[in-house]
Design a protein around this ligand. Structure first.
Ligand code: NAP
Length: 221
């Protein structure tokens, strides 16, 4: 039975990843800031991805285990004021801590656990909002840059971890009905996650470091 570790598993896309992997017979290690908020089966452990000590405590708790897949899903939309002329710089810094440094710190903490597994994969939930080529509407300085930088960092990671046989993929979930995506989003979490799971499943060494959408199509950087 393969093992998946998911960040931000208590709601939205992360919860749907947990639900679908449980249904698929996987061992799910769900993590979230407040484990009491997690309402599915499987193990749940506390994790705040913005807090290095919290990541270290989780790694210590799981030390020696093999983790086939880490789904770095936890993320925030950025501060309310992220438009030019009104930028909340503390909020921007917090967005980078959660969306950019959190997933990379997770990779540092769990690389050996992933490397000793059969599948050896790390998935990073990013956003098309981080695509420079796709930015035709401006604004959203905090969220956009957090995902652009995540894309670059994971590209480096894919090169650095290749000798260990670890495959890293960047996944855009689409615009999804969640607390972050809102009610007008066209895609439900079940459809988005089913697509991302299939893309993760299909990923081979040739996909290491690629930026894909939930249908598995390459997106422009
Ligand atoms: N929804 C969309 O349309 C969309 C589009 C593109 C990309 N994405 C990306 O998809 C991912 C999931 O988004 P979502 O739509 O499911 O958002 P969501 O419904 O707002 O859920 C966000 C999740 O991240 C967790 N989280 C936030 N900060 C955290 C931290 N410091 N440590 C641990 N967990 C933390 C939240 O936990 P709490 O409950 O404790 O806050 C929650 O579980 C994000 O990376 C987001 O950027 C979403």
């Amino acid at each position: 039975m393969p093992t998946v570790l998911i960040t931000g598993a208590n709601r939205g896309i992360g919860r749907e990843f947990a639900r679908q992997y449980l249904a698929g017979g996987w061992r799910v290690v769900a993590t979230c800031r407040d484990p009491a908020q997690y309402d599915l089966e499987g193990e749940v452990l506390p994790l705040d991805v913005a807090d290095g000590a919290s990541i270290a405590a989780l790694a210590e708790r799981l030390s020696g285990e093999a983790i086939d897949l880490v789904v770095n899903n936890a993320g925030i939309g950025g501060p309310e004021n992220s438009e030019f002329g009104h930028i909340d710089y503390n909020g921007w810094a917090e967005t980078l801590r959660v969306n950019l440094m959190g997933p990379i710190r997770m990779a540092e903490a769990f690389v050996e656990a992933v490397a000793r597994s059969d599948m050896r994969k790390m998935a990073f939930v990013t956003s098309r909002m981080g695509s420079i080529a796709d930015n035709s509407s401006g604004g959203e300085y905090a969220y956009r840059t957090s995902k652009t930088a995540l894309n670059m960092a994971v590209r480096s990671l894919s090169i650095d971890l290749a000798p260990k046989g670890v495959i890293c993929v960047l996944l855009h979930p689409g615009w999804v009905k969640t607390d972050m995506g809102g009610k007008s989003a066209p895609i439900d979490a079940a459809t988005s996650v089913a697509g991302m799971r299939a893309a993760i499943e299909r990923a081979t060494k040739a996909d290491n470091g690629r930026f894909l959408n939930y249908e598995g199509k390459a997106l422009p950087w």
